[in-house]
Design a protein around this ligand. Structure first.
Ligand code: HDE
Length: 703
């Protein structure tokens, strides 16, 4: 008996129709539904087959439900407990499986097998996240992206728990709860969700000068990425590589996306949030399903203690980066994500990353922020996952053998055998013992100095690198930073907070401060706060830009083609073919999703219905319309917005004669840069590969 339900005549009808999911009414009218096809039996958690999963046990057909119904009680009880606490930060995320492959051995510097065995593929699980919003928030707020990689190495699990920004807000972990309380929804009102644009965040930040470098990064378009496949990842802190002789070298870890860097434009990000709250996770899901596996290079910056002493900043301070122009990046491997999880909860939700998961051959630095993190993750996971045995969950368990004498606890799923649960022991030959030759060892170091709640004087310069970042940007990127600051501070009700922020900006870049003050309507430039450190002018670092790192390719990008009945079949085929050949994914948008009749009489189905598929979801668009279709769409707000937004978001627009009519209705100038004839597919593809930055001045008044 494979069908766990009664099957009447109508069940037979559905089976005859051969559909597995056809709903139909069962015996006795509309009282029981089932679908056809052979299936394994549905059982309780005790393995007892269930005969009826739709009716609870009743005293009589219209009578009360009986407490005796263990099937109902088990099902509802489990459901009642399906949610676990979400992560206090980084609650919303998406993850994928894949592998890391070493291409250059670092055996001179480390004994870690994952960094010395060239060509070996180490399994990984990588989770990307936003920081401030809850698990059900949207994918595209202005926010830092978490970039956490669990490498299941032969030496044990190594978690590289980083972000898409190489620096952080604070220098000492003791300030983390304050930072997070300030950025999360305000406690008295319960909003805003997932946004920095509110009073408590900027109040805290304006009183935290060490955050200024990070502020420049979060106000840049780095925090509104186009795709998770197009973000960089950074380990942030300095770590140590330790070789067989016990010598250590400092290292900073970087992930570099193969597709290059690309961001959205703020107005675009805002609209994507409404059009597709799952934009980033869907993008990664679809890319993996299409076999376009996201890929990153792993690069390292290596430097010695002596070199570090000559830096003008302290590399142990997480608000500082080491410019690549100063210590170049060496690519040592690549990470490919090629498998979406089978189950979101079991894997993406239950994965537990922890910066203290290091393997022999690596060690920590004294960065005080890192030191604080080493405590926090395990602690929070104990309450989030509810037991000290969460390392046994398949997603968290090492893929190399592991054994120790830890026992018992909630949800112990393993069955440890034997008498011996202690060490040293002599009673049992297979009982695990210390690995004196290859076990984890901390680098021996002499730590000297006066104990106290102090911060090193070398941490005191808060503006030099903020200036470095801002001045290294292209004018377009600088304008976006200024506008983001105006937008965010305009959402702050307290004038003194706005003024305090502009005061800080004066140390970073006086024209920036003036621009923001002007955008906020401040009549006078507020005073800069006292700073004992003169701000230094470091050599600009173009590596900090996004625009310069956007790749001249359509790979990984998407083209949307708007059509209606009567659209030219040949033009559609040509644009589609050229876009796919250039590496893009193509989606057809039409007023009706089911079928659009083209000029040649063929019917095509659309990937998206116009009202639910705006142009913000694409990197470039083509508008191919019949004369009649253009007339109708010119009166359709969604179609007019389709063109107007693509134009405002600096995207290439390919048009045929019908498309030109809609372009006119949208008020887009006929000679606008980046609006090209759709039949010139070569020009369309080349325009589609980039944003039309020259257009910006004509579509936006930036601060
Ligand atoms: Fe985290 N962070 N963090 N963080 N962090 C967490 O751990 C914390 C910091 C980062 O996809 C929490 O399991 C402290 C820097 C990522 O599951 C928590 C401090 C960087 C993720 C925690 C920091 C990060 C977290 C919340 C200051 C970049 C998501 C849930 C000392 C290098 C991992 C959890 C995932 C998650 C603490 C600062 C990255 C509370 C105390 C700097 C990517 O333990």
């Amino acid at each position: 008996m494979t069908k766990a339900t009664k099957q009447g005549d109508s069940g037979k009808r559905a089976a005859d129709a051969g559909t597995d999911d056809a709903n139909h009414v069962g015996e006795g009218g509309e009282l029981h539904q089932t679908a056809s096809g052979e299936h394994p039996p549905l059982t309780t958690n005790q393995g007892v087959a269930v005969s009826d999963d739709q009716n609870s046990l009743r005293a009589h057909p219209r009578g009360p439900t009986l407490l005796e119904d263990f099937i109902l009680r088990e099902k509802i009880t489990h459901f009642d407990h399906e949610r676990i606490p979400e992560r206090i930060v980084h609650a919303r995320g998406a993850a994928a499986h894949g592998y890391f492959e070493l291409t250059q051995s670092l055996s001179k510097y480390t004994t870690a097998k994952v960094l010395t065995e060239v060509g070996v593929k180490t399994p990984v699980f990588t989770r990307f996240s936003t920081v401030a919003g809850g698990a059900g928030s949207v994918d595209t707020p202005r926010d830092v992206r978490g970039f956490a990689v669990k490498l299941y190495t032969k030496d044990g699990n190594w978690d590289l728990v980083g972000n898409n920004i190489p620096v952080f807000f604070i220098q000492d972990a003791i300030k983390f709860p304050d930072l997070v309380h300030a950025v999360k929804m305000e406690p008295d009102r319960g909003f805003p969700q997932s946004a920095t644009a509110h009073d408590t965040f900027w109040d805290f930040i304006s009183l935290t000068p060490e955050a200024m470098h990070m502020v420049m990064w979060i106000m840049s378009d780095r925090t509104i990425p186009r795709s998770l496949r197009m973000v960089e990842g950074f380990g942030v802190h300095s770590f140590r590589l330790v070789n067989a002789a016990g010598d250590s070298t400092f290292v900073k870890f970087h992930w570099r996306p193969k597709l290059g860097l690309q961001s959205t434009i703020w107005d675009e990000a805002v609209k994507i949030a409404g059009a597709d709250p799952d934009f980033h996770r869907r993008d990664m899901f679809e890319a993996i399903a299409a076999g376009q596996y996201p890929e990153w290079d792993l690069a390292v910056q290596l430097f010695t203690e002596e070199q570090a002493e000559r830096f003008e900043f302290d590399h142990l301070d997480a608000t500082k980066l080491i410019p690549e122009e100063m210590v170049p990046l060496q690519v040592v491997g690549r990470m490919v994500l090629d498998r979406w999880p089978d189950n979101f909860f079991a894997e993406t939700e239950q994965v537990a990353f922890c910066p203290s998961h290091l393997v022999p051959g690596l060690d920590f630095s004294n960065d005080p922020l890192l030191q604080g993190r080493l405590f926090s993750y395990l602690d929070t996971q104990l309450s989030r996952l509810g037991s000290p045995n969460f390392h046994n969950l398949p997603i968290n368990a090492p893929k190399c053998p592991f054994a120790n004498h830890q026992r018992d606890g909630h949800m112990q799923t393993g069955i440890p055998r034997g008498r011996v649960a202690y060490e040293p022991s002599s009673l049992q030959s297979d009982s695990p013992r210390e690995a004196a030759t290859h076990g984890f060892r901390s680098v021996p170091r002499i730590e000297q100095g006066e104990r106290g709640r102090v911060r090193a004087a070398s941490f005191a310069d808060h503006y030099t690198q903020a200036r470095l970042f801002y001045r290294s940007q292209t004018p377009y990127e600088q304008a976006h930073i200024a506008s983001a600051l105006v937008f965010e501070l305009s959402k702050v009700d307290h004038v003194h907070v706005r003024e305090a922020m502009v005061g800080h900006l004066r140390h970073i870049d006086e024209p920036l401060a003036k621009r923001v003050a002007d955008g906020l309507g401040l009549e006078e430039l507020p005073p800069a706060p006292a700073s004992s450190r003169p701000v230094q002018d470091m050599a600009p670092s173009p590596a900090l830009q996004i625009i310069g790192k956007m790749k001249d390719t359509l790979e990984g990008r998407s083209v949307g083609i708007l059509i209606t009945d009567g659209s030219d079949a040949k033009a559609l085929a040509a644009v589609k073919e050229a876009s796919v050949a250039a590496g893009a994914s193509v989606k057809i948008v039409a007023p009706k999703v089911g079928g659009t009749k083209l000029s040649d009489g063929e019917t095509v189905s659309a990937d998206g219905q116009l009202a639910g598929t705006p142009s913000v979801l694409f990197d470039a668009v083509a508008i191919l319309l019949s004369e009649d279709g253009a007339k109708r769409l010119s009166k359709e707000a969604a179609a007019v917005d389709f063109v107007r937004d693509a134009f405002g978001h600096l995207k290439a627009i390919g048009v045929d004669s019908g498309g030109r009519a809609l372009q006119k209705a949208a008020g887009v100038p006929t000679d606008a840069a980046g609006v090209v004839a759709a039949d010139d597919v070569t020009r369309f593809i080349s325009a589609a590969k980039t944003r039309v930055w020259d257009r910006e001045a004509s579509v936006r008044t930036l601060a």
